[in-house]
Design a binder for this molecule. Structure first.
Ligand code: ZN
Length: 248
């Protein structure tokens, strides 16, 4: 079984379509780590596209805020503006859909899915301390997380050494491979589809091959200018438009 793992799509339809096109034929099912909406210009179109494809979706903090399950009081004013904009445009059916998404962790095929961390759905895993806490409570040797918008993650060796996952540079539409070792535990972030923040603007995702025990990390350039133009037309905040090309 091969899983296409997507996270932090953030209403970016161009990035999602380009990623699905690149991954075509290389996966059996889609797993989604949350934040389908928020920030970008196409919340309804993204939900319509991902909903029939996904075998499992966990909710993200932006999903919760945009459907009114959580206030946007913790967000900065830019994220709050995008949340208000999104909430006003989501169809009633899509609001119901977002309200019904499960919180992580969700287990599927021996893999654990979370938005932020196994510690809490809204926690971040940025550094090794946060990764150590996550490993302590993780319910499976292989955990996929999002929320940080940074492709990569951490591994814990059999003799308890924690280190970042080493990732080779990835060419346009190319991938970097990680062979999963027996006895090693992993916290893996496929990266963000719609708003990468690891200094690389290209859409990021991963494919897990359960039979071959490997994860392939991908990067793909997409029609960024079209997304930005839509955001400008909708009056979404300028810094949110600019950060897409900076990958920050
Ligand atoms: Zn996010």
């Amino acid at each position: 079984m091969r899983y296409l793992i997507l996270s932090d799509i953030h209403s970016n339809l161009e990035a999602l379509e380009k990623s699905l096109k690149l991954a075509e034929g290389q996966y059996d099912q889609v797993l989604c780590l949350g934040d389908l909406v928020g920030y970008g210009p196409d919340p309804n179109a993204v939900i319509s596209r991902i909903r029939p494809l996904a075998g499992a979706i966990v909710r993200g903090n932006h999903d919760k805020a945009c459907c009114g399950l959580m206030g946007a009081g913790d967000f900065n004013f830019l994220a709050r503006a995008a949340t208000d904009w999104t909430r006003a445009r989501l169809t009633p059916e899509h609001i119901e859909f977002l309200r019904g998404l499960p919180s992580g962790p969700v287990q599927i095929d021996g893999v654990e899915l979370v938005h932020g961390s196994p510690v809490d759905e809204d926690e971040y895993i940025f550094d090794s301390l946060e990764a150590a806490q996550a490993f302590r409570v993780a319910g499976a040797p292989l955990v996929f997380f999002g929320h940080s918008h940074r492709q990569g993650g951490f591994l814990l060796t059999a003799d308890k050494r924690l280190q970042p996952i080493p990732l080779a540079a990835i060419k346009d539409d190319g991938s970097a491979s990680l062979a999963l070792q027996q006895g090693v535990r992993y916290l893996i972030n496929p990266g963000s589809i719609g708003q990468p923040r690891d200094g690389d603007w290209r859409a990021a995702f991963a494919i897990l091959d359960r039979d071959r025990n490997r994860v392939d990390f991908y990067r793909t350039p997409y029609g960024l200018a079209a997304t930005q133009e839509k955001m400008r037309k909708e009056g979404l905040p300028g810094p949110l438009i600019a950060r897409l090309e900076a990958g920050r």
